[in-house]
Design a protein around this ligand. Structure first.
Ligand code: NDP
Length: 495
């Protein structure tokens, strides 16, 4: 039986969603709204304020005021800042069911997955970040002063970079808001957040809870938009730094737009991650890891293990094992507790994913399992394995962002590493083997920001995540992420 939507959640969804600017919920300057849909039913879900450049500008000005030296935010003690961030994690946990339901309706993912993964990790991210404000430290540095002579005391201060623009995607809406907002708050910056147009609801609900937690006005501003809000934020001259998660193509546009005032940029972009199974692996573990690597979140993960390399001797067994898993995945509404995989996010993604499968077929790839639409309503795509591919095919080279994996046999571990690295991306990789030396050697040679050994999709607030090559600039999470939001100031005192 399908889960019922609680009246409180229903009421939240149905209201006219506004922009959060300077602590107030306001209409877009144009008065316009756009619609979101439930991807499982293709039906209208919510009406959301259509923020545009003028709204982005209002929000940036509010963020700038909130960043003033004498603002409540800048004067808040570091201990209180940490306490406030901790309170946000508690509020997310207190509202875990509500957030999971919003993600299910807005994004399509199964409720249980949203609760156990998205919501739990989002709360944990804020909990982790709550410890940082009191621990962000500079250094004392010995100064030789060879040119000037004399005696000096050198030290560095770590200071917030200023007003930040953040553009987040639809695949993990609440979690991506947490990944972005947690470090911004820990570092003491202020922010304008632009949620994905497909999935704005959880970020808007989080905005309400940020105010409830006591965040001063203007520290976090949320501008929902559809078409030009992101570009306006990336180009705004009074934004000191922009952070984006999404496609490599838009990432490159952001870099160009950011050049106007040379704002700092961090990017978490696409991937075509290799997942490697050696013949000496525990094949049960490897098959689960390969299936989970690609099918988790319907394949809508930047780090999806979308190229499965299997040592030739065990290729048939592994591909058959993953195919068995694929055939048994229950597709359906995220409200059905039996559902393991929901729909893709949108008509656009649905067409894109099916289009790639078709391109693969036309180029000579074989559909080992899946390969088509599931059902007749909602954006459901069957978990798909393509075999008989060749390195130049688009299904091997490009990010599909759906439940589609190419399975490729290999014989020579040397060639495997070269082939696995033969991609413009470098976000993640998996290695399955019982030989720890082989695992470690392979992990070192794979050009990727994360390598999972005998596991896949293991994330932690303390572990940095981000890409080599065209998968991005900078890291999310861990203490590395704080550097994205801090400036280093050297202070030299003559003594
Ligand atoms: P995009 O990555 O193309 O980004 C869309 C977002 O970027 C929107 O919020 C949009 O805001 C903003 N944006 C668009 N143009 C600009 C610009 N010139 N400057 C600044 N911001 C801009 O996402 P899509 O949803 O279109 O997905 C396309 C592909 O991206 C997917 O198929 C997938 O391959 C990849 N992707 C990767 C993700 C990841 O986690 N790395 C997540 C999601 C998608 P506005 O509406 O205001 O224009």
């Amino acid at each position: 039986m399908e889960l019922q939507v609680e009246p409180g959640v229903e009421e939240f969804i149905r209201k006219e969603h506004r922009l959060l600017i300077d602590g107030e919920w306001v209409e877009a300057a144009s008065g316009r709204t756009f619609e979101t849909i439930n991807p499982a039913t293709e039906e209208h879900l919510a009406n959301v304020a259509w923020g545009e450049a003028e709204d982005v500008d209002r929000a940036v000005r509010a963020a700038r005021r909130a960043f003033a030296d004498d603002s409540p935010w800048r004067r808040m003690s570091l201990s209180d800042r940490g306490r406030l961030i901790y309170r946000i994690s508690e509020l997310i946990e207190e509202h875990a069911d509500e957030f999971a339901m919003l993600e299910t309706l807005d994004n399509g993912k199964p409720f249980a997955v949203a609760k156990a993964a998205d919501v739990a990790l989002a709360a944990d991210l804020f909990r982790y970040m709550a410890g940082w404000p009191t621990k962000i430290e500079g250094n004392t540095i010995p100064v030789s002063a060879v040119a000037t002579g004399g005696e000096f005391l050198g030290m560095t201060l770590k200071e917030p970079v200023g007003v930040v623009g953040q553009i987040i995607p639809w695949n993990f809406p609440l979690l991506m808001a947490a990944w972005k907002l947690g470090p911004v708050l820990a570092a003491g910056c202020t922010v304008v957040l632009k949620p994905a147009e497909q999935t704005p609801l959880s970020a808007l609900r989080l905005g309400e809870l940020l105010l409830e937690a006591g965040l001063p006005d203007g520290v976090v501003n949320i501008v929902t938009g559809f078409g030009d809000a992101g570009a306006a934020l990336a180009a705004h001259d009074d934004v000191d730094k922009v952070a984006f998660t999404g496609s490599t193509e838009v990432g490159k546009l952001i870099v160009k737009a950011a050049a106007g005032n040379l704002k700092k940029v961090t990017l978490e972009l696409g991937g075509k991650s290799p997942n490697v199974v050696f013949k000496d692996a525990d094949l049960e573990v490897a098959i689960s890891g390969a299936a989970n690597g690609i099918f988790f979140n319907h394949g809508q993960c930047c780090n999806a293990g979308s190229r499965l390399f299997v040592e030739r001797e065990v290729y048939d067994e592994v591909v058959e094992g993953v195919a068995e898993r694929a055939k048994n995945i229950r597709l359906g509404s995220g409200l059905d507790p039996e559902t393991e995989m929901g729909p893709l996010i949108s008509d656009e993604q649905f067409e894109k994913v099916l289009g790639y499968i078709e391109q693969g077929r036309e180029a000579g790839a074989e559909t080992y399992v899946g390969g088509g639409r599931a059902g007749s309503r909602g954006y459901f795509v069957e978990p798909t394995i393509l075999t008989n591919t060749s390195p130049e095919m688009s299904v091997v080279r490009e990010e599909i962002f759906g439940p589609v994996v190419v399975a490729i046999p290999f014989s020579d571990p040397e060639e495997l590493v070269a082939e696995a690295n033969d991609t413009r991306y470098g976000l993640a990789a998996g290695v399955f083997t019982r030989d720890i030396s082989k695992a470690y050697r392979t992990a070192k040679r794979l050009r990727a920001g994360t390598v999972w050994i005998n596991c896949y999709h293991v994330f932690d607030a303390a572990l940095p995540f981000g890409g080599y090559k065209e998968s991005g600039w900078g890291r999310e999470m861990g203490h590395d992420v704080l550097e994205n939001y801090l400036e280093t100031k050297s202070v030299v005192t003559a003594i």
